[in-house]
Design a protein around this ligand. Structure first.
Ligand code: KIV
Length: 273
C-alpha cells in the first residue's frame, strides 16, 4: 500500500450514512460548488457535500433554481469532487434533466457519475418519480430523494411557505417518503416541514432523513453554505443559523482596500520589490 493510500481518510459511503443513522449519530451535510469550499468542508470533517442546484441562486444570481443546466452542475461537481477525500459528494439533477422520461433521467444521472466522480444524485419528488428512482437506483446509482418544499416546483406553489402543515399534506409526504425508500433511495432530504412531521417520517423510515428546516429529529442536517456563512443575504429563512458574517467581513475588506489604494498607502515598501 502506498503512503498516499495509507494517509487517505476512509470515504463516507451510502453504507456509512446508513450506519450513522442506525447508531443514532447525526449526519452533517453542507453545500459546495467550488474546490476551495469543498476542501475546507472536507478537512473540517463534513460527512456529505451536496453540489446543490442552489448554485443557481447563490452563485449565478438567479431568482430560482430553474435556470441551472446539467452541464453547469457537472462543471461545479468536477471542481468539488477533484479535492474531496473523505466526504460523500452528491449532485443535484437540475430542473428538466430527469422529469420528462426515465430514459433521460438515466442519461443525466449517468453523465454525472461518469464525468464528475460524484457518488450519487439528488432528485425532487416522491410517489410521482418513484418509478424513475427505482430504475436509476436499480442500475447502481445512489439516489437521494428530496421532498417537502421542492425549489424546482416553487413557481407552481407560488412561494416558500412550509409544506405538510395540514393532515392531508402531511400524510401525502409520508407516502412520498415511503415510496422513495421502497424505490431504493439511500436517503431523503426533508425541506421546510413541521418538526413533528420530520420526526414522524424519520421514525417510519429505515433510511436516513436529512433535514433543512425539518426539526431536530432528522437523521442529519443540511444548510446552504452561503447562508450559514452569512454570505448570501437576499433571503433569510428562519431555519438558517448564521455561523459567520462573511458578507460584512468582505464589505469591510473591500472598502479598506479601496481606501488604501486611493490614499496611496497600498502598496507600501515591504509589499514592493
Ligand atoms: O440545492 C440545494 O442546496 C439543496 C439543499 C437546500 C438541500 O437542495
Amino acid at each position: 500500500m502506498s503512503t498516499e493510500q495509507q494517509q487517505s481518510p476512509k470515504r463516507v459511503t451510502t453504507r456509512t450514512i446508513q450506519e450513522m443513522k442506525d447508531a443514532g449519530m447525526p449526519i452533517a451535510c453542507l453545500t459546495a460548488y467550488d474546490f476551495l469550499t469543498a476542501r475546507l468542508l472536507d478537512d473540517a470533517g463534513i460527512d456529505l457535500i451536496l453540489v446543490g442546484d442552489s448554485v443557481s441562486n447563490v452563485f449565478q444570481g438567479n431568482p430560482t433554481t430553474l435556470p441551472v443546466t446539467l452541464d453547469e452542475m457537472i462543471y461545479h461537481t468536477k471542481a468539488v469532487s477533484r479535492v474531496v477525500r473523505r466526504a460523500m459528494v452528491i449532485t443535484d439533477l437540475p430542473f428538466m434533466s430527469y422529469q420528462v422520461t426515465t430514459e433521460e433521467a438515466f442519461r443525466s444521472a449517468g453523465r454525472v457519475m461518469k464525468e464528475t466522480l460524484a457518488h450519487g444524485v439528488k432528485v425532487e419528488g416522491g410517489v410521482r418519480i418513484a418509478g424513475m428512482v427505482e430504475k436509476v437506483a436499480g442500475e447502481g446509482i445512489p439516489v437521494m430523494g428530496h421532498i417537502g418544499l421542492m425549489p424546482q416546483s416553487i413557481l407552481k406553489f407560488g412561494g416558500y411557505r412550509p409544506r405538510g402543515t395540514n393532515e392531508e399534506e402531511a400524510d401525502a409526504l409520508v407516502q412520498d417518503a415511503l415510496a422513495l425508500q421502497e424505490a431504493g433511495a439511500f436517503a431523503i432530504v426533508l425541506e421546510k416541514i413541521p418538526a413533528t412531521l420530520g420526526k414522524r417520517i424519520t421514525e417510519q423510515l429505515s433510511i436516513p432523513t436529512i433535514g433543512i428546516g425539518a426539526g431536530q429529529h432528522c437523521s442529519g442536517q443540511i444548510l446552504v453554505t452561503h447562508d450559514m456563512l452569512g454570505l448570501f443575504e437576499d433571503f433569510r429563512p428562519r431555519f438558517v443559523r448564521r455561523y459567520a458574517a462573511l458578507a460584512d467581513e468582505m464589505d469591510r475588506a473591500f472598502r479598506q482596500y479601496i481606501h488604501d489604494v486611493k490614499a496611496s498607502t497600498f502598496p507600501n515598501e515591504s509589499e514592493s520589490y
